[in-house]
Design a binder for this molecule. Structure first.
Ligand SMILES: *Cc1c(COP(=O)(O)O)cnc(C)c1O
Length: 304
């Protein structure tokens, strides 16, 4: 039994009416820890567990850390998550609820990550949030589930942070013989490291992250994500923070599910008129995210 669940695939009447194409939602917001991350992280943790790992270490104060904490608790392996001082109380609370040991260190993710790496002994496994082939093959199960239902879409729409989800979805399309299906990779303007890589013709580090979509906040995408764009039809699209926030609020009303702005970025394509006009059947990956409260989304929205 994998640690993630097989999530519902539903046709969205409200989004289909706005987008003027049939929108299929893959509801990974319903994973037990609130995001698709459990697919890849759960797979990686199971393999490290089988190899005899005695502890799991993560440096993510976001959904990757939550997925590691969840996987560790399920497998009976202690988890340590090192997070920077900027991590919200909400995120620390969720990690603690999963029974992880939370260490707050440094003013940025880089510093937290440094400490996490030095804490990783030879008997522990360090779980990267996006740059690991084990994660990608776990994320690919999202496409396996759609293929099992025989619901072949014309396009897949998803969000990109460090690119792990993109790598996994492309792997899933390939292993199901769906390599002809294009992918639209969406980011917010203030976190557009994939877009920067496409422009530069190679992965590059962007100066900083200025978006509320913190789960998309990787300054540089992994090499494999860029590689995917050279071997698969991947279109890069950016939206504003306000588009992503509006999408979160409208999606809550339409489907009664609260997601992070990181997920709102992909949802925004269905809410922006004509963005998906060319496609009859759209698979929209509702990647989820547990770290933003509704009050926080309203606050961000009021400030824009
Ligand atoms: C991690 C995450 C992303 C981005 O995934 P990558 O694999 O880093 O590209 C998008 N949305 C949510 C909610 C996430 O947790």
């Amino acid at each position: 039994m994998p640690l993630h669940i097989n999530t519902p695939l539903i046709e969205s009447r409200p989004l289909s009416a706005i987008a003027k194409s049939t929108i299929w939602l893959k509801l990974d917001a319903l994973q037990p820890c609130g995001s698709f991350k459990l697919r890849g992280v759960g797979h990686a943790c199971e393999i490290h567990h089988a190899r005899g790992a005695k502890g799991f270490i993560s440096s993510s104060g976001g959904n990757a850390g939550l997925a590691v904490a969840y996987a560790g608790r399920q497998l009976g392996i202690p988890v340590t998550v090192v997070v920077p001082e900027t991590t919200t109380e909400r995120a620390k609370e969720l990690l603690a609820m999963e029974g992880a040991k939370v260490i707050v260190h440094g003013s940025s993710w880089q510093e937290a990550n440094q400490l996490a790496l030095t804490l990783t002994t030879s008997s522990d496994a360090f779980i990267h949030p996006f740059d690991d082939p084990l994660l990608w093959s776990g994320h690919a199960t999202l496409i396996d589930e759609v293929a099992e239902l025989g619901q072949k879409p014309d396009v897949v729409v998803l969000s990109v942070g460090g690119g792990g989800l993109l790598c996994g979805v492309v792997e899933g399309l390939r292993r199901n013989g769906w390599q002809d299906i294009p992918v639209i990779a969406v980011e917010t303007e203030g976190a557009a490291s994939f877009h920067a890589a496409i422009m530069a013709g190679k992965p590059v580090e962007i100066e900083g992250i200025s978006s509320v979509a913190t789960s998309l906040g990787a300054k540089r995408v992994c090499d494999q994500a860029f590689e995917c764009s050279t071997t698969h039809h991947v279109k890069s699209v950016t939206v504003t923070d306000q588009d992503a926030l509006d999408a979160c609020q409208r999606f809550l009303l339409d489907h009664r599910v609260l997601v992070e702005p990181a997920c709102g970025a992909a949802l925004a394509l269905a809410y922006i008129p004509h963005a998906l006009d060319r496609y009859d059947n759209v698979l929209l990956v509702v990647c989820g995210g547990a770290t933003a409260t509704f009050a926080q989304i309203q606050q961000w929205s009021a400030k824009k």
